[in-house]
Design a protein around this ligand. Sequence first.
Ligand code: SF4
Ligand code: SF4
Length: 281
Amino acid sequence: MCEFCTKHGEGKKWYLRAENYSEDLLSDLRRRRFIGDFFKDPDALGSKIEETNNLNRLPSFVQAVLRPALVNKQKKVHYGQVVPIEAIEEILGFVSSVTRLPCICRQFSSGSEHRYCYGISMVPGSESQMLKIQRSIDADYLTGPDISGLEEVPKEEALEQMRDLEKKGLYHSVWTFVAPFIGGICNCDRDCLALKATQAYAFPVMFRAEHVAGVDPDRCIGCRACMAACNFGAMRYSLANKKVDIEAEKCYGCGICRAYCTKDAIELKDRSAVPEAANIW
Ligand code: SF4
Ligand code: SF4
């Protein structure tokens, strides 16, 4: 299990623990302020992520001290973990409301609106703090001066939407807003700023799933449909046997390749059962 399960999971996967979505955690004023600021200013957020690259310009001995300290600080506040669709289904089973909202990353990087993100909350029958915080935001970056970009979606519909997004190659992740509170599910691709910080800038803010994919060579026909869908470059094709396999060390365990395989040749295994990937997060 990952460090977040150890810290926030009490014996289970931390993102499947209902307490980590609890409204009670929102009584913390610091957390409420953080969420409000987060949604208020996508440009500031995007610039902050770009600034993580400044670390790479420092002398290596300075980086060696600063990087772990800054990454640990970040892990206390805002980080994400990739999760497969089965986990999304479980999460939507116990949260009480889902709000679809435009993706801040895409707004920052391309100026365009894509409703790929979902705010989630846990208060049945009344408006949650999370929704109140979102409503209080002067969200000029959304579709207009009003906040019509916020859209409550029935849970079953949200699950279907996310299944459809998988078929477009988008993988799912859960996000903290001052850990361990989880307030959002994102559906990401190569435009994700968190992925950029993690991979291009060596500043990890998005972590791998508890799973790793594996290909059954007896079922694989080598069509390569899965390869085009992998956002992490974790799949390779062998000319020798005309089949695909997965580099476990690169696999984020998102399961998107599986959604593209019509031969049921791909399954997700527990990361702990794959020695070469067990300790890579
Ligand atoms: S999509 Fe399935 S059958 Fe096609 S290459 Fe990938 S694993 Fe093999
Ligand atoms: S190989 Fe791994 S990272 Fe790539 S799509 Fe499949 S599960 Fe995701």
